[in-house]
Write a protein that binds this ligand. Structure first.
Ligand SMILES: Cc1ncc(COP(=O)(O)O)c(C=O)c1O
Length: 441
């Protein structure tokens, strides 16, 4: 549980188990695992980075953003935690979750994530998916009848449904605006203007998506947030950042979002079933938890003393409790360390370079229409396109027939997508582009 609390559950319940834990795990779990886990490999060139993935070499993988293949450092970390939990389930979980600060594994994970985000460990809440993060935030907000949540027609099912369900429960309403007619021609000025035009006196919350999985557009969140706050300082901004984190070079803690929700099992390559919400203390304090936490002593102590928590809400209180697949959650740190070692700027430049290469190549064919902006200022790692006269599912199927894994966007209007990422080479990008040209004729 949150290590900042003055007394532990063990002290509270006077449990003797810690002595056994220390005996079995001398020096603590973290030190023992550090000894067992290999150091990060050399990631100084892209061939070495690609070699970390156990992807089937028979295919060119252009849908890695859908769900991550665990790279070797993440596989090693999961395996080390899994082995230790299998050997001593009680001792390892007890020590990892409920021991003092030095032994608290989630705190170590939050510290590593915070360094990547440019924030503080106690601003990070560990969850299991973007969907869960969004649902926890919207259901946690103090919405009431007469309040409005403003979002856009461009967002994902998980975001729209999180808002709709929270509004249904609270009596608030939701409204969707259009930020652009043609994603490929959008401009920052137009996006800012449309957003500001959409805000009404009843708007309490705005929900936006950083990189759209429908068209690949990357919203200029920093500029949108600044414009929103300048005119409406009390309106809260929730960002679905899942396709930006690990793909774009941004200091997320200063981007201007009040709540930044993101799965880490896509571009970050963290274990499948891991995600975060990031927010500052004042915004955590606004939220009401939906799931009882196992991460904060005040919640537990208040329950034991038959009272409500005395302190303001915080990230730990919002972290969904119950026992989880801890080997996955705890191994998140390995993915963030890997990204730190590769360098955020270098990663973003590589992804943007491969995506530019693909867009420029496809743009030569008039029978291929690209929906993602050509400029890297408004795009990241996804290229959504159409082939004249071909259905989306047929494009994806025909590419698969050539061992090129594309995907279709899961929206009312669906486009084929190719997502060049760190697992791809420039040669693979050219091969994928050639295959699309052949389809277009
Ligand atoms: C924009 C966007 N938001 C949310 C999700 C759902 O992500 P998760 O599987 O982490 O809940 C997706 C899925 O890819 C997505 O594209």
């Amino acid at each position: 549980m949150s290590p900042s609390l003055s007394h532990s559950r063990r002290q509270f319940l006077a449990l003797p188990a810690v002595a056994g834990a220390v005996a079995v795990l001398p020096g603590g779990l973290l030190a023992a695992l550090a000894r067992e886990t290999p150091a990060l490999p050399d990631l100084s060139d892209w061939t070495r980075v690609r070699a970390q993935f156990a992807l089937d070499p028979a295919y060119a993988h252009f849908a890695s953003f859908f769900i991550a293949s665990h790279p070797a450092p993440v596989r090693d970390a999961i395996e080390a935690y899994r082995r230790s939990i299998d050997q001593n389930p009680f001792l390892v979980i007890e020590q990892g979750l409920f021991e003092d600060e030095a032994h608290n594994v989630p705190l170590k994970v939050q510290t590593t994530i915070a360094a990547y985000l440019g924030g503080e460990p106690d601003q990070v809440c560990l969850t299991r998916s973007t969907t869960e993060s969004l649902a926890l935030v919207y259901h946690g907000l103090p919405l009431k009848a007469g309040d409005e949540v403003l979002t856009t027609v461009h967002d994902h099912y998980s975001h729209h449904e999180s808002i709709r369900l929270a509004c249904q429960r609270s009596g608030a309403s939701m409204r969707k605006i259009t930020l652009f007619e043609d994603s490929a021609k959008a401009s920052t000025d137009q996006l800012v203007e449309r957003l500001l035009q959409g805000v009404k006196p009843t708007t309490r919350v705005v929900g936006l998506t950083w990189v759209h999985s429908s068209t690949g557009i990357r919203l200029p969140i920093r500029q949108l947030a600044a414009a929103l706050k300048a005119r409406h300082p009390d309106v809260l901004l929730v960002v679905d950042g899942v396709h930006g984190i690990g793909a774009a070079d941004e200091t997320i803690a200063t981007i201007g979002a009040d709540y930044f929700c993101a799965g880490c099992h896509k571009w970050m390559f963290a274990p499948r079933g891991t995600a975060i919400v990031w927010a500052k203390a004042e915004n955590w304090a606004r939220l009401q938890p939906t799931v009882p936490t196992f991460s904060e002593w005040e919640s537990y102590n208040a329950w034991a003393e038959n009272r409500v928590p005395k302190t303001p809400g915080n990230a730990a209180r919002m972290c969904p409790g119950g026992f989880h697949a801890f080997e996955h959650q705890w191994a998140m740190a390995a993915a963030f360390q890997m990204h730190q070692q590769m360098g955020r700027q270098r990663v973003a430049a590589r992804i943007s370079g491969l995506n530019d290469q693909l867009k420029k190549n496809l743009a030569q064919n008039r029978r291929i229409r690209i929906h993602t902006p050509m400029t890297s200022d408004l795009s990241a790692g996804l290229v959504a396109f159409e082939v004249d006269g071909m259905k989306t599912e047929d494009v994806v199927k025909r590419l698969l027939g050539q061992k090129i894994i594309a995907s279709s966007s899961p929206y009312a209007i669906s486009y084929p997508r190719l997502a060049p990422s760190l697992v791809n080479t420039p040669e693979e990008v050219d091969r994928a582009a050639r295959a699309v040209h052949e389809l277009a004729g």
